[in-house]
Design a protein around this ligand. Structure first.
Ligand code: DGL
Length: 278
């Protein structure tokens, strides 16, 4: 197979990374994709960095064995704690979701006050804060005072999204409890730093108000993938395109939730895999 026709490998701790897959399919319809959802070990967001790194390595090894041309860590938690290690250890390009989200946040802020929400592990790592501050200097896009980043872990948003409770009373009350902290901080941009949070976008927007711009890392990442593939002459012409899905637990639940993301036929090639030997 020609290098450019090889698939893009995308992994996440479970079903949440399908927000990224959906955007990659929309933005780059010629590309083949192999998606791995580590459904047996989700959530990553409450685990130690060591454990997340170990799982991310196994996911990477599995996808590499399938001959991918580019690796995307669609999971924010994994991107936050393991991206630099995966980049060091892997001979193909690795894209995470933190940098695209951070760049979009810097591009959009006018006040220099940015909010970030994510899992406990992502917030604790400080990865968004670091990427936002680095990019504000490197890009020269922010010439005001130092950017202020206010972060908050919102762990309950993940089970709410998994349950399909995107806009009901429980979701609204949860958003209120987590996000009221941002009110005094005068943020004008809020980064949805977790695969699941875009599903609660309407509820989050209602809680923070319409003046705050929500940044969806899932929407930003395909733009970076395209730039990288174009630069390297690796964009596919789509002649032998396929989209394969692998999960580490029983595919039934993934299939149900996945159809809500990708439509009835979106998950026709779905199998279970055991990662213990990777
Ligand atoms: N995929 C994770 C993330 O984006 C959310 C779910 C989890 O905790 O594994 O951080």
């Amino acid at each position: 197979m020609k290098e450019k026709d090889k698939p893009i490998g995308i992994f996440d701790s479970g079903v949440g990374g399908l927000t990224v897959v959906k955007e990659v399919i929309r933005h780059l319809p010629n590309e083949s994709i192999i998606y791995l959802g580590d459904t047996a070990r989700v959530p990553y967001g409450i685990k130690s960095p060591e454990t997340v790194i170990k799982y991310s390595r196994q996911n990477t090894n599995f996808l590499k064995e399938r001959g991918i041309k580019l690796l995307v860590a669609a999971c924010n938690t994994s991107s936050a704690v393991s991206l630099s290690i995966l980049r060091e250890e892997t001979d193909i390009s690795v894209i995470g979701v933190i940098e695209p989200g951070a760049r979009a946040a810097v591009r959009n802020t006018k006040t220099g006050n940015i909010g970030v929400i994510g899992t406990e592990a992502t917030i604790k790592s400080g990865a968004y804060e670091k990427a936002i501050n680095q990019w504000s200097v490197v890009s020269g896009q922010w010439s005001g005072k130092k950017i202020e980043v206010a972060s908050k872990a919102c762990p309950m948003f993940v089970p709410l999204a998994e349950e399909g409770w995107f806009e009901n009373e429980v979701a609204e009350m949860t958003a209120e409890v987590y996000l009221s902290d941002f009110r005094g901080k005068r943020i004008d941009v809020l980064v949805l730093g977790c695969t699941h949070y875009p599903l609660l976008k309407k509820t989050i927007q209602k809680s923070v108000g319409n003046r705050v711009i929500l940044i969806d890392s899932a929407e930003e990442t395909p733009k970076e993938i395209e730039i990288l593939l174009r630069e390297r002459g690796l964009l596919s012409d789509g002649k032998s395109r396929f989209v394969d899905f692998y999960v580490t637990d029983n595919p039934e639940r993934f299939s149900k939730v996945g159809k809500a993301f990708l439509g009835e036929n979106g998950l026709s090639r779905l199998s279970a895999v055991d990662l213990s030997n990777y």
